[in-house]
Design a protein around this ligand. Sequence first.
Ligand SMILES: [Zn+2]
Length: 160
Amino acid sequence: MKTFFNTLVVMLCISISACSQTSTEISKNPTTKTASTKEDWKKVLTPEQYAVTCEGSTERAFTGKYWNNHEEGMYKCVRCGYELFSSETKYDSGSGWPSFYDVVPGSHVEKSTDNEIGYPRTEVKCPKCGAHLGHVFNDGPNPTGMRYCINSASLNFEKK
Ligand SMILES: [Zn+2]
């Protein structure tokens, strides 16, 4: 019985140290967050980042930090740091959300169509971590004709 108890204590210690290791990793690199469950994401993201990237909600128009950002640089996934959009393809759509007519060359965002608001809408997700980013519509400018309507809360801007 005592041996069993000792084994239990050892196992408990191992699992505790495994947990603390994960949190050290999170705090070490704030721009590249790692978490495997929704509960973990809740701990490392702000409530708004969590609502958008994990639950697919949409921030209110003209409230995000990047809709009116005109600086040159790269927009990366707020969760995993994957490069998604460049300032070169950002344009003023007047919608109140950061809008791009294309993704970064070589970046393959995940797309899936839903009918939640009564007409087909194509959701855009980060290909690396699956974070919800926003939607893509086919009323954008040349040369692609696409409008990637993205939530600021799902992005991290890195100035050139
Ligand atoms: Zn990501």
